[in-house]
Design a protein around this ligand. Structure first.
Ligand code: IPM
Ligand code: MG
Length: 368
C-alpha cells in the first residue's frame, strides 16, 4: 500500500514527538511492505513566524492532497500571555479542522496495568478503564460569533448547534458503541443550555436506529466528577466541542500522563491524527517529551487505512515498553529514556521484535 502523509509538526515538542511517529510508520512500512511518503508543512506559531499566518494556504493544500495528516502540537507562551494578540497559533488548528470538515474527534482512553501507580486515583478504580470520547469538533462555542466591545468592557462567544451537526457525530458514536460495550453517554448541560436540550432531543431520536445500544445522559459537572470516582461506568462518551475538550484532558489523569493519549479527527475529507497534549514549551528541544500519544495516533491512522494487523503491532510495541518499564520521565521517573530512544526501541520492535532483539536490548541496557 502507498500512502501520502502530510506532516504538520507544529510548535514546542511537536517536531520531537512527530519524528518518533514517523520512525514507527517507517518501521511498519519495512515490516509489512508499505510505502509512506511525507510532506512537511508549517502550522501554528512557527507558521506565523515564517509566513505571518498560522495556517498558510500551501499547508492546507498539502493536507487536502494527502491520505492522512500527522499533527504534532500547537501553541506558544508568547501568544498565551498576550490577550491582545491579533493572530494566534491555535487559530491554525481551528481553521484546519473547519476547512477539512473534521467534525468528529475521537479520543480513546485505556489504562495500562503498569502505569496505574502514576495516577493520583486509586488503582482499583482505574484498572481496566476502556472508554472513548466522541467530541464534536467543528462547531459550538469554538466557532460561534465572537465579540469584544470597543471599550473592552464586554465580550461574548456564541454557542450554536444545528441538528445535522449533532446527528452526524451521534451516528458515529452509536456505531462505535456497537463494536464495544454497547453504551453511549451523552454529556451535556441540558438543565441550563438550549443547545444541550437540542443535543438531547436529537441524540434520543438517532438512538432509535440503534436499539442494541443503551443511551444515558449526564450533566457535564457530574460527568467531571464521575470520570474521577467511577470511570469504568463509561463506554462511549458523546459530547460537544467545549465539554469534550475539558473532559478529555481530565480523562488523561486516569492513564497517568497526558502524554499517553492519541486522537483521530475524521469528517468530510482527509483525516487527522494527533496526540491530545499541547506544545509543552518547557520541554521543547530537551528530548524528554513522551512520544506515546503520537505513536498511538499512528496506530489510529493505520486503522483508518484498514491496516489492522499493522496497528496492532504498533500498540504491542508500545505495550512491550510499558511492561518493561521503558518510558520518558513522565511515566518512568527512575530510569529516564529520551523521546528519541523511545522511538528507536518502539520502531525496532515493530520492524521485527525477534530479529532486532539485540538492538532492542542494547538500547534498553545503555540507559542508566
Ligand atoms: C485540543 C486542544 C485545542 C482545542 C487547542 C490547541 C485549540 O486543546 O485539541 O484539545 O481546544 O481544541
Ligand atoms: Mg484540549
Amino acid at each position: 500500500m502507498e500512502k501520502k502523509i502530510a506532516v504538520l509538526a507544529g510548535d514546542g515538542i511537536g517536531p520531537e514527538v512527530v519524528a518518533q511517529g514517523i520512525k514507527a510508520l517507517d518501521a511498519v512500512g519495512a515490516r509489512f511492505g508499505h510505502k509512506f511518503t511525507y510532506c512537511n508543512a508549517d502550522v501554528g506559531a512557527i507558521a506565523i513566524d515564517r509566513w505571518g499566518d498560522p495556517l498558510p494556504e500551501s499547508t492546507l493544500i498539502s493536507c487536502v492532497e494527502s491520505d492522512a495528516i500527522l499533527f504534532g502540537a500547537i501553541g506558544d507562551p508568547k501568544y498565551d500571555n498576550d490577550p491582545n494578540a491579533k493572530v494566534r497559533p491555535e487559530q491554525g488548528l481551528l481553521r484546519l479542522r473547519k476547512s477539512l470538515g473534521l467534525f468528529c474527534n475521537i479520543r480513546p482512553v485505556i489504562t495500562h496495568p503498569n502505569l496505574l501507580h502514576l495516577s493520583p486515583l486509586r488503582p482499583e478504580n482505574i484498572e481496566g478503564v476502556d472508554l472513548v470520547i466522541y467530541r464534536e469538533l467543528t462547531s459550538g462555542i469554538y466557532f460561534g460569533e465572537k465579540h469584544l466591545s470597543d471599550d473592552k468592557m464586554y465580550a461574548f462567544d456564541k454557542c450554536e448547534y444545528h441538528v445535522v451537526e449533532i446527528e452526524r457525530i451521534a451516528h458515529l458514536a452509536f456505531k462505535a458503541a456497537q463494536n464495544r460495550k454497547k453504551k453511549v453517554t451523552l454529556v451535556d448541560k441540558a438543565n441550563v443550555l438550549e443547545t444541550s436540550r437540542l443535543w438531547r432531543r436529537t441524540v434520543t431520536k438517532v438512538a432509535k436506529n440503534y436499539p442494541d445500544i443503551e443511551l444515558d445522559f449526564m450533566f457535564v459537572d457530574n460527568a467531571a466528577m464521575q470520570m474521577i470516582i467511577c470511570p469504568k461506568q463509561f463506554d462511549v462518551i458523546l459530547t460537544n466541542n467545549m465539554f469534550g475538550d475539558i473532559i478529555s484532558d481530565e480523562s488523561s489523569v486516569l492513564t497517568g500522563s497526558l502524554g499517553m493519549l492519541p486522537s483521530s479527527s475524521i469528517g468530510e475529507k482527509t483525516s487527522l491524527f494527533e496526540p491530545i497534549h499541547g506544545s509543552y514549551p518547557q520541554a521543547a528541544g530537551k528530548d524528554i517529551a513522551n512520544p506515546i500519544g503520537t505513536i498511538f495516533s499512528v496506530a489510529l491512522m493505520l486503522e483508518n487505512f484498514e491496516l489492522h494487523e499493522e496497528a496492532r503491532t504498533v500498540r504491542n510495541a508500545v505495550r512491550f515498553c510499558l511492561t518493561k518499564g521503558i518510558g520518558t520521565p513522565d511515566i518512568n521517573p527512575n530510569i529516564k529514556y529520551t523521546c528519541s530512544q523511545m522511538g528507536d526501541i518502539i520502531s525496532a520492535w515493530i520492524e521485527d521484535e525477534r530479529l532486532n532483539q539485540a538492538r532492542i536490548s542494547e538500547s534498553v541496557s545503555t540507559i542508566i
